[in-house]
Design a protein around this ligand. Structure first.
Ligand code: SF4
Length: 353
């Protein structure tokens, strides 16, 4: 999912596993998932199933996935994928990770050696620290890229800085060096020529986490928005946001839940309450527009979309709802994004970008 492998790779390597990098998600991955996915599947399940089959074909022993509960199909991903793999004759084991307090989640932790007399605590701690540092760094790179893109002078020069920065992070596994890497990363971006006279319209992104973080299935929407001159200022979903949200200490998530309350009082599954809440927060912070991304077949985001129409009216803020699946046509999406950026620029009286 997106840049997550920069985070999980050093962790599992520290625990002594060989980490297998899967190929970039593509139409081939999704076609494979589609072929074997059950009829009830939402789009990300098809994508992850495709990845699992590719991994099994590559001879991978363990396929790691997060678990979940609540009114959303995510909690079923692990068991569904395991069952389909079994029927196809693959031996690969799906390890489902959830909060360790769940009794059924312990098996996965034990399998990778997180148990009494297993891998030394110091190794686990070191792996976790490096993973955490890398998570913060890759999200920093991502944030800089979003902010640089709409004002870059030479098209796609930001992408080169981003790729170089990610390579730096990937190669470094020493916590002390990682601590000092922010400055180096900033330096790489500072080399990109920007037109600082431009004041791009600000956009916030909300939606289902897999689609928000995995650009391959959304036709790289953030890059497209940036190249058209819109600044993707914030996203409701992110790796760090997700993890600290899950353990209940995410200030912004709490604010979002409060902001959502007049529109949606309860969690309707997935990120729906955050899609609603962050849209309201973005509107209150005078953003120029919100882009809502969801996969086909996602009930929680359909609930959110319905409610968000009211936020759009109440705060007079344009909200672009985009639903993606394997049939999404590039031309259609590009036209809608162009029209949206054009609209928010006109409302902001920005021209010449
Ligand atoms: S949030 Fe939607 S797309 Fe994601 S797993 Fe749940 S139902 Fe599926």
């Amino acid at each position: 999912m997106g840049l997550l492998h920069y985070v999980t790779k050093p962790f599992f390597e520290k625990l002594g596993f060989e980490y297998v990098d899967l190929p970039e998600p593509s139409l081939g991955t999704i076609t494979l998932g589609l072929k074997y996915a059950p009829e009830f599947a939402c789009f990300p399940l098809k994508a992850v199933l495709g990845e699992a089959i590719i991994a099994a074909r590559m001879g991978v022993d363990y396929f790691v996935i997060l678990g979940g509960t609540g009114p959303c199909r995510f909690g079923w991903y692990g068991v569904t994928i395991q069952e389909i793999l079994g029927k196809l004759g693959y031996k690969m084991e799906v390890l489902i990770f959830d909060l360790p307090k769940e009794p059924w989640a312990r098996e996965a932790y034990e399998k990778i050696g997180l148990k009494k007399n297993g891998i030394p605590v110091s190794k686990i701690a070191e792996g976790a620290i490096i993973a955490f540092q890398k998570m913060r760094l890759v999200e920093y790179v991502d944030e800089l890229a979003r902010k640089w893109r709409p004002v870059e002078v030479k098209k796609r020069s930001t992408n080169i800085a981003r790729d170089n920065a990610l390579e730096l992070i990937d190669k470094q596994n020493k916590p002390v060096k990682l601590l000092m890497m922010r400055r180096k990363i900033k330096g790489l971006f500072m080399r990109v020529k920007r037109d600082l006279k431009k004041i791009p319209p600000r956009v916030g992104i909300v939606g289902e986490i897999y689609m928000v973080l995995e650009p391959a299935y959304t036709l790289r929407i953030e890059e497209r928005l940036g190249e058209l001159g819109a600044l993707v200022d914030r996203r409701a979903s992110g790796m760090y946001n997700y993890i600290i949200g899950d353990i209940g200490i995410n200030f912004w998530h709490r604010m979002a839940i409060r902001a959502a309350r007049p529109y949606l009082k309860y969690h309707a599954g997935g990120e729906s309450i955050y899609s609603v809440g962050y849209s309201a927060l973005f509107a209150k912070a005078n953003y120029d527009g919100v882009v809502h991304i969801s996969p086909l077949g996602c009930m929680p985001e359909i609930v959110a979309q319905t409610v968000m129409n009211r936020i759009s009216r109440d705060y007079d803020i344009p909200i672009l709802n985009l639903i993606f699946d394997e049939q999404t046509a590039e031309a259609g999406i590009q036209t809608r994004i162009e029209a949206f950026v054009d609209l928010i620029k006109r409302r902001k009286n920005v021209s010449g970008n």
